[in-house]
Design a protein around this ligand. Sequence first.
Ligand code: PGA
Length: 226
Amino acid sequence: MKYLIANWKSNKKLAEVEKFFTKINKLYQSDKEYNLNSLEIVVCPPFVYLPLAKKMVERYKLPIKLGAQDVSPFQEGAYTGGVTASMLSEFVEYVIIGHSERRNYFKEGRGLLVQKVKKVVEAKLTPIFCIQSDQTLIPKEVKMVAFEPVEAIGTGKPETPERATQVAESVKKQNQNVNTVLYGGSVTPDNIKSFVATRHIDGVLVGGASLEGDKFWEMIVNVSDI
Ligand code: PGA
């Protein structure tokens, strides 16, 4: 199985979410010859758009799953602003944890990230744990990791596929529980295949290039035959 995961970050208005899924549906309907059986496509919108995204995916019967970009480290209760893993489980199957933007801008550290991973696993969701190098500590419950070198995120300067696959191999060697390593950082329709086709990379986590429906569809098509 290969993974194409879209991280929308803090982007889009309600109408744009609708437009995205309508566009994907149009392309999907007119372009059905692609074999998507071995590709897991996941879209991670901001929390507030999850109900709409779920409705659109169901309405059009799209081969897309949903993910969240963050989660509360606590259970339900008096934790103002917290969106819990069990709330998310009505909408998503995946949760991104420890993205470098959360680590840098929101000052999230290891203890907090471990707590989040635990909550996500308890809710039977899959954490996508982001690491910045093969030296980043990975909680033992984690099976899916996204290698995202900070210099490559949003800069148009991706890591080379050769180096990325080396890191993926090293991560799998050092962490027996990790069976899936994604690459993230300036992935585009043009370079996506070069990452996904490498031996140790199981998919990609895409930010900027996942925001427009037609660009996202182009990426789906480009990896559908791998
Ligand atoms: P980018 O972001 O594709 O815009 O570089 C990747 C990510 O941060 O997940």
